[in-house]
Design a protein around this ligand. Structure first.
Ligand SMILES: CC(C)(COP(=O)(O)OP(=O)(O)OC[C@H]1O[C@@H](n2cnc3c(N)ncnc32)[C@H](O)[C@@H]1OP(=O)(O)O)[C@@H](O)C(=O)NCCC(=O)NCCS
Length: 159
């Protein structure tokens, strides 16, 4: 798969059900650091509306041939942009995660120049750990509950 074969498009209000489905998948919930319980439709709707209106957040849907296969979300917290990624199970292990992360980093560099990307990963989440290391992130904290990865960027740098 080449980078040109996937597109990251901004999430729209009509993606509410798609993202609700993905967030409540067991492999999504089990990898969350805080929210392990299923998320209710009302809570998801409120959260999604808030994210879409938030200038410090971005959500992109990763598509191949018009088919939505995953999402990347960035949310500015403190001095960094926290990354959340989900690739639908049937599309995994084909480098889509890495391609989506690379595109998200480029979009972030334009929108938030110089702001580092941060990922908080459960130590048992081997796929994510390989993903972030493979995308140039480095470990900045290794704790029993989470490993924190950071992608440092200089203002205006190309990805
Ligand atoms: C993590 C996730 C996004 C990876 O997506 P993906 O499209 O499979 O990723 P890629 O194909 O680009 O693979 C990235 C690396 O992870 C490795 N990898 C993928 N799945 C793996 C697994 N189950 N076990 C070990 N390594 C794995 C790949 O081999 C690759 O490593 P390499 O470059 O050294 O060969 C996907 O597994 C996912 O959505 N998981 C559930 C949600 C989640 O955990 N999100 C992250 C929360 S921080």
């Amino acid at each position: 798969m080449t980078e040109a074969s996937i597109v990251l498009r901004p999430a729209a209000p009509s993606d509410v059900s798609l993202l609700f489905d993905w967030v409540n998948r067991p492999d999504s919930l089990s990898n969350k650091l805080q929210t392990q319980a299923p998320i209710t439709p009302a809570r998801h709707r409120a959260w999604f509306a808030e994210r879409l209106a938030d200038p410090d957040s971005a959500i992109w849907i990763a598509e191949r041939d018009g088919e939505p296969l995953g999402q990347v979300r960035l949310q500015r917290k403190g001095g960094g942009l926290e990354v959340d990624i989900y690739i639908a199970a049937q599309a995994r292990r084909g480098r889509l995660g890495g391609l989506a992360l690379a595109q998200a980093a480029r979009l972030a560099a334009v929108r938030w120049p110089g702001v580092p990307l941060l990922a908080r990963v459960k130590p048992a989440n081997r796929a994510s750990r390989r993903l972030f290391l493979g995308c140039g992130y480095t470990v900045v904290a290794d704790r029993p509950d989470q490993v924190v990865y950071e992608l440092r960027r200089s203002a205006g740098a190309e990805a």
